[in-house]
Design a protein around this ligand. Structure first.
Ligand SMILES: *Cc1c(COP(=O)(O)O)cnc(C)c1O
Length: 468
């Protein structure tokens, strides 16, 4: 399995390199040179297997000769054995043809644990083999940071630095990052937005002086290994409910377009997925792009589903690469125009290609609150605001007649991660699972820094193991 860059100017890379570097050297994103394919029989055979086995089997399609089947199975069993539900990703029936896929049973209560826990083990195995050390720098709008820290805190060969926008993550999200006492973990609170944090991380990766001092790696959602690990639950969910092999649709609360792109990858691999619904909150750039063709970032609007408070959705580039027929020259021109103009127009043909696989819906804050309450009153169970965004989209699009058949809404976080919004909407406070009940008694550790890449750089250099 070899990887190419969406921008076409990077050498072919193997899985190890793609895993360790994240972004390709030409500024593009890595994608497989060709899509691995599973037959209908291969896919049907997954139905009765435990989650960890399916994970090892699917992820093996992407790892080439970097890991053998036994190593992947051992890693998958260790990773998914830490989840607090025997099914790992349980499906809850929510209506005649409606399901909710619970993806919050990992150690930090959000779907990002699925990929991040796997990534941590892959990193340590590869770095051990190579005798190398890596510094991971990640920007987070809340959940990535916690997931990355938990996944990497026990790694012998990795330092992890997480930038979060000060005051724009929930107390639970912040404490899940800052209450981790490990020498290889550094938390930085930036006086800015998530996009500012992400821009600083990009600048640091492009800073040759800095890169000569620390060996950088990325775990943000552009890392291909994360996309690969997230394809697994699309398979387990679809095979569990699709009786005659008919297509299943997925509604995905979307920020950086990573999770929903994983669904697209599963479809490319042969899984019978009907539609993938891009469900956004008020930060609806993707919904606007898909309905009007105008991909134009606006200011980030803080919402009660903060993990989707994103304007520039990094992984969208991977979809654009597909819709321009994998022509890297065309894509590179598009991206450089986007950088110059701060916006881009999708042609009618491109929009049509996207709408063959995707639908979109933007959920307002009011709708999110209403759905939280409605769901609680109807079922007695609490959902988190990101899940409520997806549930609103699922019902609205089914009501409008554009979404039909079996539909799975992804529940990407545990309600206790967003207690204020959930309590306000439903009138009941969500409880943290037992493993986290003492979270507010633990000491916090973080550095507050201005929205300034140079200052951030100095803080990082002071805190991590350097090459020299
Ligand atoms: C990260 C996150 C999302 C968005 O996922 P993307 O891959 O960025 O689209 C949705 N919900 C929750 C709870 C998240 O943490």
């Amino acid at each position: 399995m070899k990887y190419i860059s969406t921008r076409g100017l990077a050498p072919l890379a193997g899985f190890e390199e793609v895993l360790l570097t994240g972004l390709a050297p030409d500024g593009g994103l890595y994608v497989p040179r060709s899509w691995p394919k599973l037959t209908a029989d291969d896919i049907a055979a997954l139905r009765t297997r435990p989650y960890a086995e399916v994970a090892a089997r699917i992820i093996a399609q992407f790892t080439g000769d970097a890991f053998n089947a036994a190593q992947l199975l051992e890693i998958a069993r260790a990773v998914y054995g830490r989840f607090d539900h025997a099914d790992v990703a349980p499906l809850i029936k929510a209506g005649a043809e409606d399901w909710i896929l619970e993806l919050f049973h990992g150690p930090t209560l959000a779907f990002k644990d699925f990929a991040m826990q796997f990534l941590g083990r892959l990193f340590d195995a590869v770095l051990e083999r190579r005798g190398e050390r890596l510094t991971i720098i990640a920007a987070t709008s809340g959940d990535t940071g916690a997931a990355a820290i938990d996944a990497l805190k026990a790694c012998a060969h990795v330092d992890i630095v997480v930038l979060h926008p000060e005051g724009r993550v929930t107390d639970v999200q912040r404490r899940m990052m800052t209450c981790v006492d490990a020498a290889n973990v550094q938390n930085i609170a930036v006086a800015g937005s998530f996009d500012d944090c992400q821009a600083s991380v990009k600048e640091l990766f492009a800073d040759h002086g800095f890169v000569s001092k620390v060996r950088l790696g990325g775990v943000n959602s552009i890392n291909w290994a994360r996309i690969a690990a997230q394809t697994v639950y699309y398979f387990t969910a679809a095979v569990a409910i699709s009786e005659a092999g008919e297509g299943v649709s997925f509604v995905v609360p979307t920020g950086n377009f990573g999770d929903v792109f994983s669904g697209y990858v599963a479809k490319k691999m042969g899984l019978n997925i009907d539609r993938l619904v891009v469900a956004t909150n008020a930060n609806d750039i993707l919904h606007r792009a898909m309905t009007s063709g105008e991909y134009a970032p606006a200011d980030v609007e803080p919402t009660i589903s903060p993990s989707m408070d994103i304007q520039v959705a990094s992984n969208f580039e991977r979809l654009l690469f597909e819709v321009v027929g994998r022509d890297a020259d065309v894509l590179r021109a598009k991206m450089s125009n986007f950088k110059r103009d701060g916006a881009m127009r999708l042609s009618a043909g491109e929009r049509e290609a996207i709408s063959a696989d995707f639908l979109s819906y933007a959920t307002s804050e009011d709708e999110t609150m209403r759905e939280l309450r409605r769901h609680f009153e109807a079922t007695g169970a609490l959902i988190d605001p990101h899940t409520a965004v997806a549930r609103t989209a699922a019902q609205a699009l089914r009501g409008a007649g554009v979404l039909s058949g079996k539909v799975v809404s992804l529940s990407t976080a545990h309600p206790a991660k967003f207690p204020d919004a959930v309590t306000q909407a439903a009138g009941t406070a969500p409880e943290l699972p037992p493993a986290l009940r003492d979270l507010f008694d633990r000491p916090e550790s973080m550095t507050k820094i201005a929205n300034d890449t140079d200052a951030i750089k100095q803080a990082i250099l002071a805190g991590v193991k350097r090459k020299d």
